[in-house]
Design a protein around this ligand. Structure first.
Ligand code: TRP
Length: 328
């Protein structure tokens, strides 16, 4: 039997290269060796934006992008959270044994409450119980998440243990973190910062074409150039070389590295090459994103089939949970 893996994807916009070399690639690898459930956490997104513009469309966009990156619905179960109502029942049961004090103490809750003081809603408070329900509904043992999710994972383990103790069963396994950041290839930012994020100008999205990639890369921060042969590269320059290492050939990397070392480097040339190589890397993914996005019927079918598989697993769990608590 393969280990069961669950992870939730917050629907917060399009995937960029940093995401690709972080979570997405790990998911694609894990589907080969684990029994994976990946879902789009659309309910969770209501805790911060109660009136989303188009929930269905943004879930479809994410689905298209993950499929384009290689998530295979034959291998992994990919679904939309709100299609699996069994999660809600488990959320309710877990909430009965989740205490105000411990929920209030969560740093993610405190942070979000501070950011949206006019909307400190109960969903925000019980975000960790909904997340625990997402995980426990499939009795997952491994959860690939970022470092920022460690406390939520501790809560999930606590709720699993508490359920087991409360009802005197050994039912839920304690889900372990599978920390993605430790396994990610870190993609540097184009603005000279260490990390590619969503801030303007720092980020290349997977859907972008060569022209727009080039525009961004040409604007990447550099310095005035080396004056001493074989000197150490400052961070902004190292970032560009790190990028070359990931998307270009070794010959290209060596070529520019030599130019750096003998102080004859022209950043404009490096950037042109880098832009072309990023665009070549992106191209097949970009094409698949376009194909999937144009075929909403296919996306809907994939989501529906994923939901059916997820419901099957969820139903098994929730029926046992009802019995354990004492419902027929
Ligand atoms: N809280 C996660 C995040 O912000 C998203 C998420 C929701 C999740 N439910 C989950 C992750 C269950 C893993 C498992 O990234």
């Amino acid at each position: 039997m393969r280990e069961i893996v669950v992870s939730g994807i917050r629907p917060t916009g399009n995937l960029h290269l940093g995401n690709y070399f972080g979570a997405v690639r790990s998911f694609v690898q894990m589907q080969e060796t684990h029994d994976c459930y990946f879902f789009i956490a659309d309910w969770h997104s209501l805790t911060t934006s109660p009136k989303p513009e188009n929930i269905v469309r943004s879930a479809e966009t994410i689905l298209a992008e993950y499929l384009a990156c290689g998530i295979d619905p034959e291998k992994a179960t990919i679904y939309v959270q709100s299609d699996v109502k069994e999660v809600l029942e488990l959320y309710l049961f877990l909430n009965m044994n989740a205490y105000l004090g411990e929920l209030e103490r969560c740093t993610t809750f405190k942070e979000k409450a501070r950011k949206q003081p006019d909307n400190v809603n109960a969903g925000l408070l019980t975000y960790p119980t909904l997340m625990a329900a997402d995980i426990l509904i499939h009795k997952a043992v491994k959860v690939p998440v970022g470092k920022d999710q460690e406390q939520n994972m501790e809560m999930a383990r606590k709720f699993a243990r508490r359920f087991n103790t409360m009802y005197g069963v050994e039912f839920f396994p304690e889900p372990q973190n599978y920390t993605l950041s430790e396994r990610a290839v870190k993609i540097p930012g184009l603005d000279g910062s260490g990390k590619m994020g969503k801030s303007e100008g720092n980020c290349i999205y997977l859907y972008e074409d060569e022209a727009s990639i080039k525009k961004k890369v040409m604007k990447a921060v550099t310095d005035s150039g080396p004056t001493v042969p074989n000197s150490e590269k400052p961070e902004v320059i190292q970032n560009l070389f790190t990028f070359l290492e990931i998307v270009s050939t070794k010959e290209t990397y060596d070529y520019f590295n030599e130019k750096w070392n003998d102080c004859s480097i022209r950043y404009g040339d490096l950037k042109k090459q880098l832009a072309a190589d990023i665009a070549a890397f992106n191209a097949p993914i970009r094409e698949r994103i376009a194909e999937y996005s144009a075929n909403r019927q296919l996306l809907r079918r994939i989501a529906e089939e994923g939901a059916e598989k997820a419901r099957e697993s969820a139903r098994r769990t929730i029926e046992e949970v009802r019995q354990i608590i004492g419902f027929r």
